[in-house]
Design a protein around this ligand. Structure first.
Ligand SMILES: Nc1ncnc2c1ncn2[C@@H]1O[C@H](COP(=O)(O)OP(=O)(O)OP(=O)(O)O)[C@@H](O)[C@H]1O
Length: 779
């Protein structure tokens, strides 16, 4: 072995460590440190030893060398070689390779020519702890860790492999490709834009934003033209420039997430405006629920039934309702191309009651109309097409695409939209032509192994159908990849710690900071947010401006929860898997659009299929890829569709859709829950452990979900709707005897729920489990 005086760089130290371990196959750690120290040119021996120690730790962590103990003494041993391909196409080698990286190399691991044994994707996927670091600043190619918290081990390992990394100084220098890969992998670059920055409008946007408050306007424009952006700017301008009172503006959109995003953006901009909280920014469903509650009309049977009841109410000449609606001075509606059936009729009922001076701004894009199956016989009719026929509306356009970052995407966004406009009826040939146009705008297409493709570390993975989504999730799982899953038709999730801490307390309960601290400290397992963070969130929700909180106020604040407490997916890190339908209106830098060879089913609506592909492809701002998916076979049942499968002695049925559990108040009443706090504590424990639960029949003929066996704590109760479906799968009458047990139900999390007060009392809080997977029903 030649003796070299090193510059003390981590790469040089690693090289020396590797040499001696390679030569001796295994020796004590102290011996390695002593041997390497003599070559390190540092006057302070203790510093040098500490430096060498850190490098050795990093090498052990990455299994470049093995570490263990022999007779109580730490030892280092040689381990087999692994070659890891990095996103920038270089290959680094770990383990017992006998390759010298050169004594001045900044890199901890030498680069080699030739094939790799695994990719960085596989390496990172194999780590135990998936890491999502959203909220941190994105990594630059040259940088230094400045977070107050210690650098997560996953990031440390990834940086060590990706280029020059100094584990002592926590500094790095890596290639552009590797940096962008790591940003995606660790969620460092926000992939779904929800930025609240003020962007200066283009001319066409300005015309819409600044139109007189009384104008009635349809704004029909393509993806990325800023419809949602302009919808919120329109509201801001109505308040700031046209002096409309916040309470007289109604903005309706589809999902709670979209509404929370709009509300967040608008209230940040209007924070100095008095009564900004009285802006009515709602989903169609919550608008209907409010209207019914205001008129003391109760409605059961889910969202669609409430929408129909609200429409009937508005058409019933009820003076209170007519008065409330006629007070409005402006109504804004987003995504009008998807307003069909009951929701479309509800909007028309609203319009009929508006004062003639009330303005209306409707945003939509014909090319993104993808809810045809809701139409029920009124083919082609959406709020957008209906209003376009009215003489009292003018049409405006937005003419710039603000989403795309590449020329090929920009070109595809507009040419496919033209193709869709030219052929509204659609055809099979037209569909395949559009598919080819989309594929040629992709930076890669025909990807077959999307689940091992290095691009699928972040961004969106989109499927046409739920069936495709389930299959894609299974493929990712089989490769050990972490991902987030957005299942349509699932209940919304509000962070569970609120229900876990305050659930079951009477609405009138008041808590001081110290009271809350002791509840927070006692919660086991501890919530993911620390005491200070939780307290600040609750003070905001309470909104009374006092230094204590009341449960009733928090419950009221959660009726329109802020975005930071809401999520519409399960899983913590990795790309977001979603159906195209469930992702409309959102965007990401990177999109993997998964195609199936031909759309299945006998009666294909080719125009709708084409528009759906278009919506999927236009979510991408920078990188679009297309891949192939071979869908698994499942049977479906019910509306919305859910999967089931037959087994020799049982059937499996998908569980966890919205409405599969009865609501909290009914659960407490009908299952005779005497101690709500106990039930909530069990739900909290259960949702953290994510084990399986089972449902057992009770004497009243209900299927009660329990932890453990029949004597476990009740944590929920299956709804009549679910039980009916289940009985029909068993091919028995709905009222026939229930099975002795329905097992295998996964508790995938929990959500805080608001429990409406009885007869005018304030609302309170509870915690409900979120279910997933397939329930097993004996034949
Ligand atoms: N004037 C502008 N300047 C800069 N960025 C803008 C501007 N207008 C919109 N954007 C940005 O462009 C992107 C697309 O905007 P937005 O999502 O509102 O479009 P959209 O028309 O609603 O799209 P889609 O129909 O696909 O839902 C967003 O990231 C938005 O912040």
């Amino acid at each position: 072995m030649t003796m070299i005086l090193t510059d003390g760089s981590p790469g040089a130290i690693a090289d020396l460590v590797r040499r001696i371990v390679h030569a001796r196959r295994g020796l004590s750690r102290a011996e390695v440190v002593a041997w390497v120290s003599q070559f390190v040119d540092d006057v302070n021996r203790a510093d040098a030893a500490a430096r060498i120690g850190k490098v050795i730790n990093t090498m052990c962590e990455l299994k470049d060398i093995g570490c263990g103990t022999m007779r109580g003494e730490p030892v280092l041993v040689a381990v087999p070689e692994r070659r890891i391909a990095l996103p920038d196409d270089t290959v680094v080698v770990l383990g017992d390779h006998g390759t010298s990286g050169g004594t001045t190399s900044e890199q901890l691991f030498p680069e080699v020519a030739g094939g790799a044994t695994e990719s960085l994707v596989e390496f990172l996927a194999s780590l135990d702890e998936p890491v999502s670091m959203s909220g941190h600043r994105a990594l630059e190619t040259i940088g230094r860790w400045t977070g107050d918290d210690p650098m997560p081990p996953g990031l440390r390992m990834a940086l060590s492999l990706s280029g020059a990394f100094d584990p002592v100084e926590q500094k790095w220098s890596i290639s552009k490709e590797n940096a962008s890969f790591l940003n995606e992998w660790f969620n460092l670059a926000p992939s779904i834009t929800s930025s609240g920055e003020v962007e200066s409008p283009d001319e066409s946007q300005r015309r819409v934003m600044q139109a007189p408050a009384c104008s009635r306007m349809i704004v029909e424009a393509g993806p990325g033209s800023g419809k949602t952006h302009v919808a919120s700017e329109r509201v801001i301008s109505l308040v700031e420039d046209e002096n409309l009172a916040a309470s007289r503006i109604l903005l309706l959109s589809f999902t709670r997430i979209a509404v929370a995003e709009l509300r967040g953006r608008i209230s940040r901009r209007l924070h100095e405006t008095p009564h900004v909280a009285s802006l009515q920014i709602r989903t169609f469903d919550s608008f209907a629920a409010r209207l019914l509650a205001g008129a003391s009309v109760s409605s059961s049977g889910g969202h669609d039934a409430s929408i129909r009841a609200a429409t009937r109410l508005m058409r019933s000449d009820n003076p209170l309702v007519a008065d409330a609606i006629s007070q409005l001075e402006h109504v804004v509606i987003d995504e009008a191309q998807d307003l069909v059936g009951d929701r479309k009729e509800m909007c028309e009922a609203i319009f009929a009651l508006l004062d003639p001076a009330c303005g209306i701004t409707i945003f939509g894009d014909f090319a993104q109309s993808i809810y045809g199956y809701q139409r029920r016989g009124t083919a082609g009719s959406t709020l957008l097409t209906e209003v376009a026929k009215r003489a009292d509306f003018t049409c405006a356009q937005l003419d710039r695409d603000h989403r795309t970052r590449t020329e090929s995407l920009r070109e595809m966004f507009s040419s496919v939209r033209e193709a869709l406009r030219d052929d509204p009826a659609g055809s099979k040939d037209g569909y395949f032509r559009i598919r080819e146009q989309i594929k040629s705008a992709a930076i890669e297409h025909d990807i077959t192994g999307f689940a091992v493709h290095p691009s699928t570390t972040g961004g969106l993975i989109l499927t046409r159908s739920r069936r495709g989504l389930f299959t894609a999730a299974e493929d990712m799982r089989a490769e050990g990849r972490s991902f987030k899953l957005r299942l349509p038709d699932r209940p919304p999730r509000i962070e569970a710690w609120i229900g876990a801490l305050l659930g079951g307390l009477p609405a009138a309960t008041r808590l001081s900071r110290d009271d809350f601290r002791s509840i927070h400290e006692a919660l086991n397992p501890a919530p993911s947010r620390d005491f200070e963070e939780c307290w600040d969130i609750l003070l905001d929700l309470d909104a009374s401006g006092r230094d204590h909180i009341s449960v009733g106020n928090i419950a009221e604040g959660l009726e329109d929860p802020p975005l930071e407490l809401l999520s519409d997916y399960e899983g913590r890190s990795g790309p977001l898997l979603s159906t195209i339908h469930a992702i409309k209106g959102r965007e990401a830098e990177r999109v993997m659009l998964l195609l199936t060879r031909t759309p299945s089913s006998d009666e294909v609506d080719w125009a709708e299929e084409s528009r759906t592909l278009y919506v999927g492809a236009t979510r991408a701002s920078t990188e679009l890829r297309t891949g192939w998916l071979s869908q698994k076979k499942y049977y479906t049942i019910g509306e919305p569709e859910r999967f089931w499968a037959a087994r020799p002695d049982h059937r499996l049925i998908e569980i966890g859709l919205e409405g599969d559990l009865i609501d909290w108040a009914e659960f407490v009443r009908s299952v005779h829950v005497t101690n709500e706090a106990d039930a909530i504590s069990s739900i909290w424990h259960f949702s953290n452990d994510e084990p399986r639960a089972a449902a057992y029949p009770d004497p009243d003929g209900r299927l009660v979900l329990k932890t453990g066996d029949h004597d476990g704590t009740a944590i929920g109760c299956l709804s009549d709707g679910f039980v009916e479906l289940m009985q029909s799968l068993r091919k028995v009458e709905p009222g026939a005897a229930l099975p002795e047990v329905v097992s295998g139900i996964s508790v995938v999390g929990a959500t805080t729920v608001v429990v409406p007060g009885r007869s005018g009392e304030a609302a309170s809080l509870a915690l409900m489990p979120l279910l997933g997977g397939f329930a097993s029903i004996p034949r």
